[in-house]
Design a protein around this ligand. Structure first.
Ligand code: MOS
Length: 729
């Protein structure tokens, strides 16, 4: 629906709004990782051309929600959560904003950065995850889980135990995080923001600035990618609001690309150890999964890294342990497939390793331990069709050509390997409200305060409405990205189609009821009929028994003397069947790749990716999401890593020149396939999410294929040629 506007440049993104009298804010950032600012000299910057103000801790107006004793994620407290920008003289990580220069142009603001001089009292910083994770005194208390025997895997006939590590990865959406704030009065503000949740940003601004929510309007009409970085508000949001108030004019703050590396979250660095054992038939005896991931010193960020090991495969004995390691870095955030993408790399690699111990096909090993019951809560999965995914992928990737003995297949001078792995993510349905306005011209407008970070939400929602209303797509408009619309969720956790789609479906069904009632009341040929005698389709209300008795929606509204039917409904998250089932989406990824024996360079030759996510609403955009997940997964597997110089605590590769994302030349033909069976246990539309499962597990499929090709097991991402280094084996 929005493809044309996005291609021809008509679609507007946050930083593109031109407000009258707009001023431009840029951050000055710290060049130490930890310490106190003794003195900040802004005098030269203040008199630089075009500079309107330099805001920092000493001259920043009081922010009501900046609680000096703020803890992380306080519950029901009116305060800002996270780093309090422009608030105090403490430096908590390298590259932390220490001042905001506001000027009449971006260029003038930017030019004044070097005129701000900071004097620090430097303190020793801790950024080295690999070193510090080995010191138990540095870790926050672990969360543990156990069923059956602890470490039972080591008693099994065959077992493996191995450690897996993943560096910091960054979302890096094309669109930089950006905010334009404009105060329309002392206590009323409008904000354009790059956010995955207009309502979430609205509530953040309201509690930070002590405003009623209704006085805060957040607009995010288009979002140029997010992958999770837009799931909370970062420093640019309060900074723009503070500056706009202080200067009494609209202010725009846009992060630079280097700032996107640590001012908008990232996937935390992680260490995992997985032990997994099976009897000689391959039946799992036990799984032990431990993990540590980093957080900041000023907030706890945790994710479900070890959770998949608890529930996906049949095993009587499972124990997990997860702790976080606070470092002098900024706080991480959910990144595509949060938790599971990390956990599945380890678990799905370990299962592959075990399959070689057992001399068993890794797909057969997974089928051997397949279960339709969630092993943690013992509730049946609402639907699980992973076996169909295995069958399709096995066939299409050419699994029969996979060498049982690694390093034995060559094509065109390359060592050839096949690998596969599974992804899984929760698939719940949350609460959302939708307004539906059916006008006398026969057009339907739907509104919800969700945003769209790129997966094609307007397309899928329009298709759901068209199907529920039985009317053509071009008569329907779905509007999103404005907190003034009825409340919707943040776009995240693969939940939008299920949650907002259910609300759209309910709104349309409610409209149909209203139309039927109107027809019975106002149309002579329908008088005396009851609701069950009547149906709505093809923009008409019709008698089921005799479709030749009908009235068009346009005529019906005219006969009823109505401008429109305007309803707002709320679809509740508590579906009764959600109490009986546990719901997930699943994926299985298959990879064929070649490794150059001389250089260790990996060349992906073919990918087959399969999704088990209920009904596919919009095949084109669903396929596109799976493609994006695969590309993200290729980056995770082969190229992406943030590098920190631990002597300074600085990220040293904060650019697209040095943080390598996948290139077009690295992307092989990708076959996308969906099981496409509706799962009505989750919601009325039968659809579950797929944004996360598109990526989860993919890195393991690559690692498993690299092992199959070379006999070299790589457990440290990314898998670079120097790590493969075949001369050493
Ligand atoms: Mo996704 S990490 O929930 O944007």
């Amino acid at each position: 629906m929005d493809g044309a506007d996005k291609t021809n440049g008509k679609a507007k993104y946050t930083a593109e709004y031109k407000l009258p009298d707009l001023a431009y804010g840029v951050f000055v950032t710290s060049n130490i990782a930890k310490g106190t600012i003794k003195q900040l000299d802004i005098s030269k910057a203040l008199i630089a051309p075009g500079v309107l103000d330099v805001i920092y801790y000493a001259n920043c107006p009081t922010v009501p929600g900046y609680n000096p004793n703020a803890s992380e994620r306080p519950k029901n407290v009116n305060e800002w959560r996270g780093h309090k920008v422009l608030y105090d003289n403490k430096v908590r990580f390298f590259g932390q904003p220490i001042a905001l220069i506001v000027a009449d142009s971006f260029e003038n603001a930017n030019a004044a950065i070097r005129l701000v001089k900071a004097e620090y009292i430097v303190e020793a910083h801790e950024t080295n995850f690999e070193l510090l994770r080995k010191d138990p005194s540095k870790l926050k208390p672990a969360v543990t889980y156990k069923r059956g025997q602890e470490k039972a895997f080591s008693t099994a006939a065959k077992f493996i135990e191995a450690e897996y590590t993943i560096p910091i990865e960054v979302h890096l959406p094309m669109e930089m995080h950006a905010t334009i704030a404009y105060w329309e009065g002392e206590d009323k503000i409008t904000v354009y923001d790059k956010t995955q949740g207009p309502k979430s940003t609205q509530s953040t601004i309201a509690r930070t600035f002590g405003l009623p929510e209704k006085n805060v309007r957040v607009i995010a009409e288009n979002v140029g990618g997010g992958f999770g970085s837009g799931l909370r508000s970062w420093s640019n949001v309060p900074a723009a609001c503070i500056a706009a108030k202080k200067l009494n004019r609209p202010v725009k703050v846009v992060l630079t690309r280097p700032q996107m590396f640590n001012l908008a979250g990232y996937r935390p660095q992680s260490w995992q150890r997985v032990g997994i054992g099976a009897d000689v038939t391959g039946k799992f005896i036990g799984i032990t999964h431990e993990a540590i991931s980093n957080t900041s010193k000023y907030e706890d960020f945790r994710e479900g890294i070890v959770d998949v090991s608890k529930f996906l495969y049949s095993s009587e004995n499972v124990d997990t342990k997860y702790s976080v390691l606070p470092l002098d870095l900024s706080t991480p955030i959910w990144m595509r497939g949060p938790g599971e993408a990390t956990g599945c790399f380890a678990l799905e690699s370990a299962i592959d390793e075990l399959s070689y111990q057992l001399n068993m096909d890794p797909i057969d090993l997974r089928i051997k331990n397949f279960t339709e019951i969630n092993q943690e809560n013992k509730m049946p999965f609402s639907a699980i069709n992973l076996k169909d995914c295995y069958a399709y992928g096995r066939e299409k990737i050419g699994w029969k050509n996979r060498p049982a003995k690694p390093g034995t297949l060559k094509e065109n001078g390359m060592l050839i390997g096949y690998g596969m792995a599974v992804g899984v993510f929760g698939a719940g349905k949350g609460t959302a409200s939708v307004r539906a306005i059916l006008s006398k011209d026969g057009k339907l407008v739907l509104e919800c305060a969700v945003s769209d970070m790129g997966p094609g939400t307007t397309t899928s929602m329009t298709k759901i409405a068209a199907s529920a209303m039985q009317m053509p797509i071009d008569k329907i408009k779905f509007k999103l990205g404005d907190s003034d619309f009825p409340s919707g969720p943040s776009q995240g956790g693969s939940g939008t189609t299920s949650t907002v789609g259910s609300a759209v479906d309910l709104a349309c069904k409610t409209l149909q009821q209203n139309l039927k009632e109107l027809a019975i009341q106002h149309v002579p040929t329908f008088i005396g009929k009851v609701l069950s005698d009547v149906e709505v389709k093809n923009e008409q209300v019709l008698l089921i028994a005799d479709n030749s008795i009908n009235v068009s929606i346009i005529n019906l509204l005219k006969m009823s003397n109505k401008e429109n039917i305007d309803i707002t409904i709320t679809s509740n998250g508590n579906n009764p069947s959600q109490m009986k089932f546990t719901s997930n989406s699943f994926s299985a990824h298959f990879v064929k790749l070649g490794v150059d024996p001389k250089t260790g360079k990996v060349k992906l030759l073919k990918v087959v990716t399969t999704g088990d996510n209920g009904k596919v609403i919009s095949p084109k955009t669903a396929r596109s999401q799976m493609l994006g997940g695969v590309v993200g997964g290729i980056g995770m597997a082969l190229t992406e890593q943030v590098q920190i110089d631990h002597t300074t605590g600085q990220i040293i590769n904060a650019s697209f020149g040095t943080y390598q994302v996948p290139l077009h030349s690295m992307i092989p033909p990708i076959d996308v396939w969906f099981v496409d069976k509706p799962d009505y246990n989750v919601n009325s539309i039968g659809a579950k999410g797929l944004g996360e499962i598109a990526l989860i597990g993919f890195a393991a499929a690559v690692a498993n294929a690299v092992y199959n090709a070379t006999g070299k097991r790589l457990r440290d991402l990314p898998i670079t040629p120097e790590k493969i280094n075949l001369k050493k084996i």
